[in-house]
Ligand binder design. Sequence first.
Ligand code: ADP
Ligand code: ADP
Ligand code: MG
Length: 664
Amino acid sequence: MKKPFSKILIANRGEIACRVIRMARQMGIATVAVYSDADAAAMHVAMADEAVHIGPSPVSESYLLGARLIEAALTTGAQAIHPGYGFLSENPDFVDAVDAAGLIFVGPSAAAIRAMGLKDAAKDLMSKAGVPVVPGYQGSNQDAAFLAGEAEKIGYPVLIKARAGGGGKGMRKVGDPAEFAEALVSAQREGQASFGDPHVLIEKFITSPRHIEVQVFGDNHGGAVHLFERDCSLQRRHQKVIEEAPAPGMTSEVRAAMTEAAVTAAKAIGYSGAGTIEFIVDGSGPLREDGFWFMEMNTRLQVEHPVTEAITGVDLVEWQLHVAAGAPLPLAQDALQINGHAFEARLYAEDPSKGFLPATGKLEHLAFSEHARNDSGVRSGDSISPFYDPMIAKVITHAATRTEALDGLLRALGETHVAGTATNAEFLSALAQHDGFVNGSFDTGVIERDLTALTSSAPLSEAHIAFAALAALKLDPKARDFGFRLWGHAEHALRFVYDGEVVERRITLHGDGAVSLADDLNDGLKLSQLSIVGAEMTARIGDAKTLITAQVQTATRNAELLVSVLCDGVVRDLLLPDPRSGLAMAADLGDVVVAPMTGTIVALGVAVGDHVEEGTKLGVMEAMKMETSLLAPRAGTVAAVLCAVGDPVEGGAVLVNFEELAAE
Ligand code: ADP
Ligand code: ADP
Ligand code: MG
């Protein structure tokens, strides 16, 4: 197919901006990114060919300023604007302005967006087109007593929805007529505050509901196809958490009925581009042809579009760009088929154990599984800004069967290492192992019902502490061929802070190359067969049959050392309040000499077995063009020399070990 554009502007940020830029590049299209103050060094800016600063960090002063975006497109010579999702993607006035500027909006017409923009009008339209809609009241009378009467007629429980709502906002479930008046006021208030529109509709609340949506695609020539369904029933506060395609339990009859209704809906508004028809489905038993109802249409690319891409092999962004340039749909309906099963989990910087409080801060380390597609807009060292959605990545897996794809998701989540900020990774892993979800029998209430179990975080394990200690002490058993054997029984004391609690351990290095950890309650968790290769540490813990592996990352933050350990699929960040405090304590015991800073060893005048006096110069290191002498902390016998002339050493690394003093 011919190249649809030579240059486009992406009016978005984060993962979706990166996602679009990546595809555009593959198609040979030049890209223009836009950015706010907070995003000056963001990944999407670095990825694009050009970038235009559009304003201060708040979205109302940057990403929502349509005129600035259009101006940026015109000055850079972009021919089209891709809106991503969120921001201005479903704003028909913006589409009109883009058209008026002689640019192409990568998405549907303003008229199509208007037709679907308000949930009440959209339901009327769909109902007239013969698409089943959720029973309810979606008229213009907004009198509280009248609406209460309608709710009574519909039958409780009901759902009050802001007609302009989105992202789960402005929605209230009401189970009892006595609560109706208050819920109405609060839904109206939220509708006004979030969308500038207090108008609501009342719907029957479908019990045991499942959210199943159909991906549709139209072109400018009257063509419309569907790309099958996605199940997005795993939700928290009406927001999707894990999505999959196809839907579990789907039959060919129900699929035919739902996809036909979706294509009918798209055709009814002359839809062009990628869109999603969302249905609420009766999940109380097997799926039925008369058991699904239209909820709303999202007239844009959906966050969860990758699961559809995985099972169909279609790149939806590539299609969007071709279709926006006037090309017909690249494939006909009968050329589309489902291949296997896919999952997507939304990885957020938020703390499920603290009510899903959004977390901000620097991602000291960020590594994804090689066994998944990871759509992200941040890199190691980037920060999660308080100004925007705290999504870190979407983790997507695809396999021949649902079981394999879900196993793959669990594995990929367990291989994802985010250090420096809280994430919902453990919550996502717990969900991926939830019985109902694993069996494919679940509804949108699962998370709410099992919230306590799903958000309870496992206690800090001894393995995590042990690996953190090895990293903090920079002990490397394989670094020198003389290993631990000559070390004697050096003892170190470490004091970590984990989640506000102090964790103290005494670490003893044994002559046989093993390490043991003790605290006041326990003595002797023994680690043997240690191996450290880069960030990967392996050890046998206790007399376990198998070796256990961890990924350990360290970062210095102000005066603190952050040690982040990924072990058994769980990440734990431990803090060493002063990187050298633990070592200083060990040095007080007089058993070690540590590098006072990061530098190079330039001289060594000591060997194993030497007897030295307190203050004897053992060696010299150079750092920042200055030489520093390494002095013996006490009189004693050298048990090990853990460095050689010319070695680069990190600040805090143990350089020389003394034999223990005989106990008095
Ligand atoms: P739906 O409209 O059905 O909820 P999506 O989940 O695809 O569909 O996205 C909802 C919209 O809300 C998107 O435009 C997205 O940018 C935005 N969104 C999704 N999650 C959040 C969140 N946690 N905070 C703010 N906005 C969000
Ligand atoms: P939004 O625009 O915020 O995405 P939706 O109308 O798509 O609003 O509804 C969001 C979610 O609320 C759905 O995915 C579903 O889980 C739940 N929901 C919506 N309508 C109903 C209903 N009538 N009965 C039960 N649950 C519903
Ligand atoms: Mg929705």
